[in-house]
Design a protein around this ligand. Sequence first.
Ligand SMILES: *Cc1c(COP(=O)(O)O)cnc(C)c1O
Length: 231
Amino acid sequence: MVNKEALSHLIQVTKDKNVKLIAISKTKTEKDILEVYNAGQKVFGENKVQELVQKYEKLPKDIEWHLVGTLQTNKVKYIAPFVHLIHSVDSLKLAIEINKQAEKNNRIIDVLLEVFIAAETTKHGFSEEELIEHLDIHAFESLKNIRIIGLMGMATFTQNQIVIKNEFAGLKDLFERLKATYFKDNSAFTELSMGMSGDYEIALDKGSTMVRVGSAIFGERERKKGVNVPL
Ligand SMILES: *Cc1c(COP(=O)(O)O)cnc(C)c1O
């Protein structure tokens, strides 16, 4: 069930801070999405390619669709024609494939580099060292059909606010360092995607420019047993 009150609060808070709200609609029905859409929210995110493609085909064409979950290289081709932003570039191999599919579609696809900041090893992303190694050798520079517009990170799933604060502050710090060095001639490198239902307030406080909020808007999802237990 859509929580209209939470939705309008989120729309207002993000508008006031000039932050982009991405409504994460994974597992939710088209009816629920339309309810959120009709409340004025036009930006949605999914974590699975097949679900994203199906929803893109059925729902209004002025929706801006983001891919936020782990992306397999063999599935990039399905979203390349329409995806607005891919938040989860976690390898050079994936960046190369997105570039290739973007070129085929005559597009430049915006992407974020995902950085691993959490304690759980189930989460994805480059380590800071790995990312800097790639940037040192200009690994992404020949990829003319992708545009790196910032970083994405997911904090540890925990009740410990200090842990979350430190992880987001660390990512913000890395973002600023990269912006001042490797990306100083790239005026598009402006986005920091961090914050979900449980931690978006901390993320906003730490300088997030995009929050990815699912359950606070759409209600709880069915969870698989044994995963996502707070540390
Ligand atoms: C599911 C998901 C979200 C939203 O999570 P909520 O806790 O429901 O807000 C955000 N980012 C990613 C990458 C996700 O997979």
